[in-house]
Structure formats: structure tokens, C-alpha cells
Write a protein of this length. Sequence first.
Length: 296
Amino acid sequence: MANIGFIGLGNMGGPMADNLVKAGHDVKGFDLSADSVTRFAGAGGTAADNVLAAVSDAQVVVTMLPAGKHVREVYTGDDGLISVCRPGTLMIDSSTIDVETARDVIAMADTAGHHMLDAPVSGGTTGAAAGTLTFMCGGSDAAFTGAKPFLEIMGKNIVHAGGAGNGQAAKVCNNMLLAISMIGTCEAFLMAERLGLDAQRFFDISSTASGQCWSMTTYCPVPGPVPTSPANRDYQPGFATAMMYKDLDLAKGAAESSKTWTPMGARALELYKEFMAAGGADADFSGIIKHLAGKK
Ligand code: NAD
């Protein structure tokens, strides 16, 4: 069993850390929110008062933080992980952040003699609780091989996407495509309805024809055809629109830095921004169908 330091015990990090505890590891958790640390201690973890206390005897460190600036601060700031951890520590950052920060921080960790992966996830809070997340990993073969047994406790699909930052690259490209396909699926259902075509009938045809995609077959934005989709519970998330907006904003930055023209991704960002301004931030991202329905 390993000594693990876990930093960031929020909606995702909390249940991920719980699963490491349930698997028998000695996990010390720290979060700026005292409530999150208390909850974790109640679930069998060890409460730490600060980053140093969480990682001083750790062989493995996992971070699950809101954004790139938090990751940079926690790893590279004064008393950050890169300086306080023992050389050779395995570091796994599962936050969703920009590719550039991921690559910078991993390079600094490698220089200090650590092994570090960027390992963002998909699967949301349900997947975090069930231990069924998908991890998209970037980093060396050694870091990936070392991290895999721990990631397998928290997830179901563990994919090595290549070198440092490639996990974030996979996540940002996937989620930009998801946003575009969701808006396209919403548009198709809205137009089908206005042309007099029943939603279920359209689903039966398109879900087995060339229009088929995950946004239709798993996450259908109209109630009925896929009973488990958020549309059947008034668009309770699921995957909140604010989260999708965050990922589209990361995609915009990635498109700029990689000099890639992504007109559909850019339009999806604008539409999700409008939906948030109209009060949709906490709704599931498939709820954008209601916003689109109100336009002509
Ligand atoms: P969250 O806000 O619930 O949790 C983040 C936690 O980090 C908070 O508890 C916060 O107090 C803590 N934190 C911030 N700065 C810190 C610091 N310096 N030291 C210690 N703790 C600090 O967010 P979340 O929903 O758990 O998401 C975490 C990451 O996972 C984000 O990058 C998000 O984009 C990504 N993600 C979230 C979901 C989801 O459905 N919630 C799905 C996939 C990916």
C-alpha cells in the first residue's frame, strides 16, 4: 500500500480520494476548504493542515484543482509540491487545465527528478464516485506505468495519449467536439419538430443513420428517446454548462496557441456564453436546446 497525498478534495477530488482510501492506501488530503477536509476525514482519509503535511511522506501525489493558475501555484509556488516532495515522487494532475501550463509544470517536475503526468478526466462526479472515470494521460512511459495502478482504482479507461500535455490536448479537443455535436443535435431536433417530425421517430432514424453521435444516442437533448439523459430531469447536470464553457474557453486558447482555425468551436463558445448569461450556467449543457428554441 502506498502513502498518497491528495490536494483538492472538491466535487471530483473528494470521491476520487475516497476510492483510494477504500482500496487500502494511506491517503492524506488537503484542501483550502476546511469542510472538504472534514468530509474526507469522515470518509476514512487523513486530514492534512497544509500541502506539506499531505505530501511529506508521499510516494504518490494527486491534484484535482479548478484551473491552470491553481496548478501552477500548488506545484511551483513557494513550498510547492515540486520543491517539498522527495525526489522520485510520482505526481498526477487530474485537473482540466491549458496544455501550456501542463507542459511547463511537468518539465519543472521532471527537472527536479519527479515523474509527472497530466491526467484529466471525463465522467463527471458520478464517474468519480463510481470509480469509472476515463483518464487521458500525457507524460513519459515511466510516469504512465507508475500511475496506472492508482488510476485504475479511480477509473475504468486509462489511456496514454503521448508526451506531456497530451492528456489535456485530448480532453480539450474532445470537449470542443462534444459542444459542437450537442448544438448540432439540438438544432436538428428543433427543426425536425417544426417540420412536423416526431422526436422519437427522428431519433429512431438518425440514431441509426449518418447523423448518429454520442450527443444523440447517449445524451439526447430532448426528453423521451434516451430515458437516462438529463433532458428527462429538466436538464439537471450531468455536465454543467459552466464546466463546458470553461473547456470551450480552454479550446479557444489552444486554437490560438496552435494557430488552428476552429470556427465551429468559436461559435459554440459564443452560444454557451449566451446560454450562461440567460441563466443556464448550472443547467446541464444539453439544456442549451431551450436557449436555441427561443431564437428565430
Ligand atoms: P471543485 O471546485 O469542486 O474542487 C476544486 C477544489 O480545489 C476546491 O475544493 C478548492 O477549495 C480546492 N483548491 C483550490 N485551490 C487550492 C489550493 N491552492 N490548495 C488546495 N486546494 C485548493 O471542482 P471540481 O468539480 O472538483 O473540478 C476539479 C477539476 O476537475 C476542474 O479542473 C474541473 O474542470 C475538472 N472536471 C470537473 C468535472 C465535474 O463534473 N465537476 C468533470 C471533469 C473534469
